[in-house]
Design a binder for this molecule. Structure first.
Ligand code: RP5
Length: 150
């Protein structure tokens, strides 16, 4: 994530990954403020076999796009709520010109949770244990939705 202030949103992503027993790094790395750290982290992530990168950032949110430009790993972007209610973050994360894609989720908590679930879904095509956990989650999830609103 681009700042420590993003953690209150991105912790939902981390919690969800933990629920699925997905090992993950949690780092504060800014495309603007710590570009050297970004390059160094991506190199080390590729070496140690990281399979997906989730980047949460707000405002002029370049983190996901710059990350995607440096690596061929899939990059999921979470727009963090901002002074403009996250619209600036959403547009700067989603509106990538053709050639370097960022899979962009919803603004804020929902996007944070869904970024983890999408990562789980991508990984489930490769790991049967993760697929089983995802199927189990979906079964339970449907049961949690009430059939009437009252
Ligand atoms: C972005 O600027 C971060 O991702 C954060 O959402 C936003 C504000 O950062 P702080 O000023 O709170 O550190 O780079």
């Amino acid at each position: 994530m681009g700042s420590k202030s993003d953690w209150s949103t991105m912790k939902f992503c981390s919690d969800t990954l933990r629920e699925f027993k997905i090992k993950h790094d949690v780092k504060v790395i800014s495309a603007h403020r710590t570009p050297k750290r970004l390059h160094k982290y991506i190199k080390s992530a590729e070496k140690k076999g990281v399979e997906i990168i989730i980047a949460g950032a707000g405002g002029a949110a370049h983190l996901a796009g710059v990350t995607a430009s440096i690596t061929t790993l899939p990059v999921l972007g979470v727009p963090i709520e901002s002074k403009l209610k996250g619209l600036d973050s959403l547009l700067s994360t989603a509106q990538m010109p053709s050639g370097i894609p960022v899979g962009t989720l919803a603004i804020g908590k929902a996007g944070s949770i869904n970024s983890a679930l999408l990562a789980v879904s991508i990984l489930s095509t490769r790991y049967s244990s993760i697929l089983n956990r995802l199927r189990n989650y979906r079964n339970k999830f449907e049961k949690k939705v009430p059939k009437t609103p009252y």
